[in-house]
Design a protein around this ligand. Structure first.
Ligand SMILES: NC(=O)c1ccc[n+]([C@@H]2O[C@H](COP(=O)([O-])OP(=O)(O)OC[C@H]3O[C@@H](n4cnc5c(N)ncnc54)[C@H](O)[C@@H]3O)[C@@H](O)[C@H]2O)c1
Length: 370
């Protein structure tokens, strides 16, 4: 079991390890005091773990209410946040009550934003249930939602009061979601020097609990460390490695490509597009090893347009450039320079003619339509 102390104001702890749900009452009691807890959870996750979390909290004499709700990428928006705010008000949740987010990254984002807005901000505790949420989305307080004009274009920063990552909850996670998490771990291996890259070259999976505890902890430490060291500076932008192009790929393919895979492709585009081919090759080795996509057959224009949407012809954009493993630089570039980087990177990851992956686009289109 690992506990990371995050020195924000006020500070909070991130607990990582197996069998933590049983401990949750004890962990949250000092935060909740004599108030109550409302669990906002994923409709699919609630039947799996909702009762266990409720019971563990009630055993400590804390009153618990539960609100499971549906969320997917297309409903991660203000309308959903408003409906949650209204449900909290209808349940008479007070300013001193504590919201507990139980679910993956979608839940972490939507619930953090809701907690930040409700009565000008109530405490939020995260019990992440996906690898992505354990090592990234539930940590650091950043939360974004989508607006019709674009993905992740509205958000807040609202630090959690506690994060409890129980590794046992990963047992029910579909393989594709583990892959998404590995995409994020590779990002952390690339953005800061650590032993993550070497660890990933050996096999890492949900059954290697000791390794997983260490790796999630390492990613969390890197994230909170970068946020703490760069409260205002643009260097915190390294956390967005691969994200701009990754999100553009998600948008262009109508989410037919998952978050973690799109992120991996985004990192490759930024490496190859900026002439850092050796780094691109090293990232590719890891993506390949864990079965994540390394080529993309999709109209370049659609991805470039989606990526450039956030820029204007005169503005400068922050590009995160992976120069080497553990060495990323944040550089201001014009939107034209950014466009050229993306084009060059996309052309480097286009499947070679005759390659088996040329059929990928058709496959994705079918997936998108089904
Ligand atoms: N704010 C941040 O810093 C940050 C960082 C990374 C990702 N994100 C956001 O997180 C979202 C992706 O999150 P995600 O990858 O966790 O996916 P997710 O939250 O969409 O969950 C993926 C699927 O797994 C299911 N699920 C969750 N936990 C489960 C479990 N233990 N067992 C079985 N099924 C389970 C969910 O119901 C869902 O169907 C994106 O919207 C992304 O933008 C935010």
């Amino acid at each position: 079991m690992k506990c990371i102390e995050v020195k924000t104001d006020p500070p909070y702890q991130i607990w990582i390890g197996p069998a933590l749900i049983g401990e949750i009452g004890k962990l949250i009691a000092p935060i909740v005091e004599d108030h109550s807890v409302v669990i906002l959870s994923d409709m699919y996750v609630d039947p799996l773990y909702g009762d266990a979390v409720c019971t563990a909290i009630e055993d400590f004499g804390i009153e618990v209410k539960s609100i499971p709700f549906m969320v997917d990428e297309s409903s991660k928006n203000l309308e959903l946040v408003e409906s949650l705010l209204r449900m909290l008000a209808q349940q008479s949740i007070s300013r001193n009550d504590v919201i507990l987010a139980l679910g993956g990254g979608l839940i972490a984002d939507v619930v953090t934003l809701t907690a930040a807005l409700y009565l000008r901000g109530v405490k939020v505790i995260h019990v992440p249930t996906t690898l992505v949420a354990m090592l990234d989305a539930a940590i650091g307080g950043n939360a974004d939602i989508n607006i019709p004009e674009g993905k992740s274009m509205a958000g807040v920063c609202h630090d959690p009061s506690l994060v409890v990552a129980d590794l046992d909850l990963l047992a029910s996670l579909p393989d594709q979601e583990i892959k998404n998490g590995i995409g994020e771990i590779i990002k952390y291996a690339v953005i800061e020097k650590s032993d993550l890259y070497a660890k990933l070259k050996n096999h890492v999976g949900r059954t290697d609990m000791n390794d997983l505890e260490y790796i999630i902890g390492k990613c969390a430490e890197i994230k909170v460390g970068i946020l703490a060291e760069n409260p205002k500076s643009s260097q915190r932008g390294v956390l967005d490695l691969g994200l701009l192009v990754g999100q553009a790929i998600e948008i262009a393919t109508d989410n037919a490509i998952d978050h973690g895979e799109a992120l991996g492709l985004g990192m490759l585009v930024m490496a190859y597009g900026t002439g850092n081919s050796k780094t691109g090759d090293k990232i590719k080795v890891l993506l390949d090893k864990y079965g994540l996509m390394t080529t993309l057959d999709w109209p370049e224009r659609e991805i470039v347009n989606a990526a450039m949407f956030k820029t204007s012809p005169t503005s400068r954009y922050t590009a995160v450039i992976p120069e080497d493993i553990g060495q990323c630089v944040v550089k201001r570039v014009t939107s034209r320079e950014l466009m050229l980087i993306i084009r060059k990177g996309l052309s480097a990851i286009r499947p070679k003619k005759g390659s088996i992956k040329v059929g990928r686009r058709l496959h994705l289109l079918r997936r998108a339509k089904s």
